[in-house]
Structures are given as structure tokens and as C-alpha cells.
Design a binder for this molecule. Sequence first.
Ligand code: NAD
Length: 292
Amino acid sequence: MNLLDGKKLSNEIKDEIAADVAQMKERGEKVPHLAAVLVGEDGASLTYVGSKVRACERIGFESTLKRLPESTTEEELLAIVRELNENPDIDGYIVQLPLPAHIDEQKILMAVDPDKDVDGFHPANFGKMALELETFISATPYGIMEMLRRYGVETSGKHAVVIGRSHIVGRPISILLSQKGPAGNATVTLAHSRTKNLADLTRQADIIVSALGVPNFVKADMVKEGVVVIDVGITRVPDETRERGYYLCGDVEFETVSKKASYITPVPGGVGPMTIAMLLKNTLLARQRHRA
Ligand code: NAD
């Protein structure tokens, strides 16, 4: 079994970006500036945004965190989005999801300038991704593709089963794996909550990407020998014996599945850190495009 070490790989990518930023500084150019908008006090969102801001500091990006109260109205948030769209100092920004229930997420994401949409959630960017045009690919699927490419995992002609059809993970990764090019050319099955006989499908899979958010859902009897397993799931499972009161659990029962897998990502330390690295990569791209 080979571990797809997202922590190590993401550090390599961050070092590469940091070297680019150092060169930008030497040339007297403006460095990339990422902003993040966080509404409310959701614990997981606070952790994610905190990691993104720290990562910016580490590689020499400028960063701005806009924290807004849970009571923020849709109009107020739209005004902030417009402000960020118009601010020439900001190269890219993200609006951390989920948003409070009284705010229409779709409306907010549609208002983000596609040229600054480093999360790649705007329909213009998603559409370009599907058409294989240059764009911002959302960070999680982008991170998975980069991981497969850098580890030299063969995907061409392989059967990939993606579990989960969300707009931010399952659907885009199913499109990317089927496209031409490195880490592409796979034959993809997209499974979801209405899929029948899922285990029959996963047992045929050469590659499984699991993005459903159910702890230990994929078990050893659902996979074949030599399978490549990408575990996107991150669930906080309550555990009073731990100081922070929970532990992070993936969708895959790592203990048993790893014994059959040729490659597997751990949770934590797999797809999560890659997601952050690729968000930074998109921000660097945004800076380069705005300069061009
Ligand atoms: P989501 O809740 O939007 O979608 C879940 C999908 O799973 C749905 O399409 C649903 O049809 C499918 N599903 C649910 N139950 C199923 C079942 N029994 N069989 C087959 N399919 C089923 O989730 P999401 O936003 O894509 O996130 C999925 C998981 O990935 C979560 O744990 C989330 O925290 C994690 N995540 C991790 C990262 C990262 O950076 N590592 C990024 C995004 C999401």
C-alpha cells in the first residue's frame, strides 16, 4: 500500500508557490492577495478559514479575513461581495460555505466576479472547467487531480467510481477524471444516494473517490485488491476523551481498506491539505492573469 500523502505534497506545492512569490517580490511586483469572508461562528468553517489564512502568511501572500456576524443580511453580504469585486488590491476571494440559512447561497456565489472566484464555484468557471477551457478549477477536485498526477497514478482506461454528486466535489471530479490528459481518460461512474447496489459498482472500481460524508462508509468488502482510494470525507465525530471533543473521520474504513489498496489517502492529511494548496495556486493564477 502506498500512502497518498497530501500533507507532504501540499507542502511541496506551497514551497513552489512561495518561490514564485519571492521572485515577484524581487521584481518589485505586487504579491497575490486572497480574501476570505466568514459569516457566523461555525466551528469547522472557522478552522478551515484559519488554515487558509495561515497558509497565505507562510507563503508570502497577503490575506484579509472579513468576519461577519451570523445576523448579517443577504443585502449586507452582497454589498461586501461587490466591494471585493471592485477592490483592485484583492486578486481572489472566497465566501466560506455553508452560509446561514437566511442567506441564499446561490445568489451570493453568482455575485462573485468570475475573475476573482478562486473557489471555482461560479457557473462561468464551472462551465469552462467542463469544456476544458482555462479557468479556476475548484480546489478539492483540483487537489485530487494534482495528487494523482504527482504520484503518477494510472487513470487512463481505468474504471473510476465517484460516490457523491455535490457541485463542489463529486460532480466536478467525475468530469475531470473523464477528460483527456494526465490523471484523466478514466471511465467514470457517478454514484449517489439513489444508486442501487453500490457495493457491486465499487467492487468493480479501479479507483474510488468517496465524497459523501458518512464515517467509515466504504469497507474492505466493498473494494477489490489493488484499488486506488481517494477519501474526501471529513466528519467530526464526537469523542469526549479528546481535548477538542471530537475526532476527524473519513468516509473510508482506513484500517481495513488500506490492506487491499494500492494507493490510499489518509484522513486527516490527504485531500484536506491539498485543497488549501490548490486554493493558493488559484490565487497565484488570478494574480498572474490580472497582471497580464
Ligand atoms: P454533500 O452533502 O453536498 O453531498 C453528499 C453526496 O453524497 C450527495 O450527492 C449524496 O447523493 C451522496 N450520498 C449520500 N448518502 C449516500 C449513500 N448512502 N450512497 C451513495 N451516495 C450517497 O457533500 P460534499 O459537500 O460533497 O462533501 C462530502 C464530504 O466531503 C463531507 O464529509 C465534507 O466534509 C467533505 N469535504 C471535504 C473537503 C476537503 O477538502 N477534504 C472538501 C469538501 C468536502
